[in-house]
Ligand binder design. Structure first.
Ligand code: MG
Length: 382
């Protein structure tokens, strides 16, 4: 197999480029640069203390948003290399895909979205783009990380048509019903493969799920049987790990084979033909996709709806809503830097930009910082 990039891959030399003029670099291609900028960002470091499913302080062994993102990148790179598309770009998208997540995972996002309902709402995907385009303050000559179009295209996984209208070139594909490049398609599915499998692992480890119960999922059962046949006396921890790694391998191998066939059929001559061909080219076979979806459904019913996870979610919602209301009513509770920017903008609008600044501030918090702010403010206001 040749390692040369396929014609349909994203090529650094024909990138649609960056929003702001940038200096040249001698040793890295444009997508390596994007990846490096993401790794050096503050938002990336904060992922270490943000919830994936389990709140960070529940235990040291569970996935955090950071380790989740690294697992997504690992799976994404394997697929990218096998399909001869751009591994650096795939890695950049995977590492950045969850930057916009609030503290406390989806519960935090739902709460912040409720708080922001009169101010344009809150969506983690759009927030990831906002972080890399605007909020990171690292470079002297531009705001944000000034990433390439292709990385930003991959980060913006979903977008409503309403929001797309305001986003210019990057929102256009949602209006035209076009697909993103293959690297973005890979990152999207690598995310699902990663969380479905690591949530089985974490759920079992936390004893919120048990092995017998997951055997109702065909994908798990298939590999459970194979492992049991080969190693009938394997201890639980190793049994779990062996099944999970076999499930990942099953999904990834099927995905590569199926996508190879699809790409061959459509035979796109370049990345623009991938975008306009009207088909998703990175996908699993129907039978494997069905098993994968069944596993996802099982996790939704049995792990994400589990009493303990739901209690955590309720607490998270309370924390985020409390912080938002408290800051909106008492600007003096915010950092002096934020107070200064609010003073600048007040009078210029009807509170929209102030609410957005507060949402940006809360979204950027780690779980533990949000909890400590909650305690601090409760004391001040009581
Ligand atoms: Mg993710």
């Amino acid at each position: 197999m040749t390692n040369e990039l396929a014609a349909y891959a994203a090529h650094s030399s024909t990138s649609r480029g960056r929003l702001h003029q940038d200096d040249e670099t001698a040793y890295r291609n444009e997508y390596q640069r994007d990846r490096d900028r993401i790794i050096h960002s503050a938002a990336f470091r904060r992922l270490e203390y943000k919830t994936q499913v389990f709140v960070n302080h529940e235990g040291d062994m569970f996935r955090t948003r950071l380790t989740h993102s690294i697992e997504v990148a690992q799976i994404g790179r394997t697929i990218a290399r096998a399909l001869r598309v751009n591994e650096d770009l795939t890695e950049a998208i995977c590492l950045a895909h969850d930057l916009g997540h609030t503290p406390f995972g989806h519960a935090g996002q739902d709460a912040l979205n409720n708080c922001m309902c009169d101010y344009g709402g809150f969506e983690h995907n759009l927030q990831s783009l906002r972080i890399v385009d605007l909020l990171e303050q690292r470079y002297a000559s531009f705001p944000g990380l000034n990433l390439t179009f292709e990385t930003r295209e991959g980060i913006l996984k979903h977008c409503s048509k309403n929001n797309a209208v305001d986003l210019g070139e990057i929102g256009q594909r949602f209006l035209n019903n076009e697909k993103p490049g293959l690297e973005a398609q890979i990152a999207n599915i690598a995310d699902e493969i990663a969380y479905n499998n690591h949530d089985v692992d974490d759920g079992l480890r936390a004893e919120l799920l048990d092995i017998e119960q997951i055997r109702e999922c065909e994908l798990f059962e298939t590999h459970y049987d194979r492992v049991k046949q080969q190693w009938p006396d394997l201890a639980n921890g190793r049994l779990r790990n062996e099944i999970v790694r076999k499930m990942i391998n099953h999904l990834v191998s099927d995905l590569i084979r199926t996508s190879e066939k699809l790409i061959e059929e459509v035979n796109p001559s370049d990345i623009d033909s991938v975008r306009t061909c009207g088909k998703t080219l990175v996908k699993m076979s129907d039978s494997t996709d069905k098993m994968h979806k069944a596993l996802k459904k099982f996790l939704r019913a049995n792990l994400y709806q589990h009493e303990r996870v739901k209690n955590m979610a309720d607490q998270a919602k309370e924390t985020v809503s409390y912080l938002f209301t408290a800051y909106m009513e008492n600007y003096e509770l915010l950092t002096s830097e934020l107070q200064a920017t609010i003073k600048e903008s007040s009078g210029n609008d009807d509170g929209l930009s102030i609410a957005r600044k507060i949402a940006d501030y809360i979204a950027g918090m780690t779980d533990r910082f949000a909890l400590s702010e909650y305690e601090r403010i409760k004391q001040i206001l009581s």
